[in-house]
Ligand binder design. Structure first.
Ligand code: GLU
Length: 441
């Protein structure tokens, strides 16, 4: 059974980069007929906030990425404690007593000598007496995971291919603070084991964490999940921008972006498959494949999202939006105006055009007489069958007008605007009486 998880820290709102990671996890699970879990990484009680937990749930709901289950790290400390005890017993973790200042000084000295700032494992040389003395002085240790330097750490990443790290070049990671609180690294592994996660899907900023975490899986005698690290998102300007960090569901909703557009875009950027205006996730899920992912950063373009949103709306059936349209607006009205929409909210303005009153500009020159003639013709044509073509064909014959001079004065008088939906679709909705009244000014 395939199991994925999305593991945000509730220290802020989800941004488009997080949303993409959630989507990848969801799509992968959907395709495999597996489970998609939400894990709230709230071990950091200071920085985690309940309102962000709620916002994460609401955002996933809006996006249609519904987790099959949710777990919270803050409710799982007993599990971490017991697995930690196993690591202590197995000699996989060790206490260290350096202060932050001491560690900082060590790093500066190493860097000054042109050496990589790798922790020197001084804590491993402490004797029992040394430790007893420190503890009697009230110094509490933090805990490090002891990397096994025996062999390179290797995995076959679903996106990046063969990966290889030399553990001797990495610091033994701190996994627990002196006050007993947990850092991200170990609880994540314990949870991935306990939750039966088979595929860890996340951004490439976690690649070096994966190297460390692989040894934690091994120390806990667990099978490794598969790993997939997607290249990060960049903005238009080609670097990981502040803008991206600020774009989330709230912003998308506010500017009238539909969840379908967010999904269709984020499912495809950074892959070798084209972005397509599909509202239905089924074809996107069916084609989802990490081997299609590129190694270059994926470019997120707000303009592309807006365009995709419009193209998706142009195909959206009435039933999907009916509850967000003005009361009274029916399927025929939706279908007439939808090709002109960038957002659902814009439908209201066209509903107003259909219902009236419209404010039309003063007709110029002999257009006034032309419109009066049009009103007369409108009273005579057959409204049951394509009245716009009946009206314009009759006016063309009667006046010799054609093209813009034939059509534009009618459009202006009937809608108050120079542009808009196809008049053939609009006119039957405006109807005979309103048409005659508007043409008569
Ligand atoms: N809470 C971590 C983060 O948001 C989770 C990383 C992971 O997927 O393991 O970066």
């Amino acid at each position: 059974m395939t199991v994925t998880r999305f593991a945000p820290s509730p220290t802020g709102r989800l941004h488009v980069g997080n949303i993409r990671t959630a989507l990848h996890n969801w799509m992968y699970a959907q395709k495999a007929g597996g489970r998609f879990l939400l894990r709230i990484d709230d071990t950091d009680a200071e920085r985690s906030e309940e309102r962000y937990v709620e916002a994460i749930r609401a955002d996933l709901q809006w996006l249609g990425l519904i987790p099959d289950a949710e777990v919270r790290q803050s409710q799982r400390f007993a599990l971490y404690e017991s697995r930690f005890a196993e690591l202590v017993a197995g000699g996989h973790v060790y206490p260290a007593y350096e202060t932050a200042q001491e560690l900082d000084l060590k790093r500066k000295i190493q860097l000054g000598r042109g050496l990589p700032p790798v922790y020197d494992r001084a804590a491993l040389t402490l004797t029992n007496e040394d430790r007893a003395k420190l503890e009697s002085e009230g110094v509490r240790p933090h805990w490090r995971f002891k990397l096994d330097h025996g062999a390179p750490i290797e995995w076959d990443d679903a996106v990046r291919g063969a990966q290889r790290f030399d553990p001797a070049t990495m610091s033994d990671p701190v996994i627990r603070r002196a006050d007993g609180t947990w850092l991200y690294m170990l609880p994540s592994v314990i949870d991935d084991i306990d939750m039966g996660v088979t595929q860890v899907v996340r951004g490439e900023d976690h690649v070096s964490n994966t190297a460390l975490q692989i040894q934690m899986f091994q120390a806990l005698k667990a099978a490794l999940p598969r790993f997939a690290h997607a290249a990060l998102l960049t903005g238009n300007e080609g670097k990981l921008s502040k803008r991206i960090g600020s774009l989330g569901v709230d912003h998308f909703r506010e500017i009238g972006i539909e969840p379908q557009a967010v999904r269709a875009l984020l499912a495809r950027i950074g892959t070798s498959d084209p972005v397509e205006p599909v509202a239905d996730m089924a074809p996107l899920i069916a084609g989802f494949d990490f081997t299609r992912f590129g190694r270059a950063p994926a470019r997120f373009d707000e303009g592309e999202l807006a365009q995709l949103n419009a193209r998706i709306l142009h195909q959206t059936p009435y039933a999907a939006v009916a509850d967000r349209l003005p009361t009274g607006m029916g399927a025929a009205e939706w279908e007439a105006v939808r090709p002109n929409l960038n957002t659902v909210a814009q439908a209201a303005a066209w509903w107003q055009v259909i219902e009236g009153p419209v404010e039309a500009p003063e007709p110029a020159g002999d257009d006034r007489a032309y419109l009066a003639q049009a009103a007369e013709v409108a009273g005579q044509i057959d409204w049951g069958n394509d009245p716009w073509h009946a009206l314009t064909a009759a006016l063309k014959d009667a006046t010799g007008r054609k093209g813009k001079t034939l059509f534009l004065p009618l459009r202006l008088a009937l809608t108050g605007r120079a542009q808009g939906p196809d008049m053939a679709a609009l006119l039957p909705l405006i109807g005979r009486d309103r048409t005659i009244a508007r043409l008569n000014g």
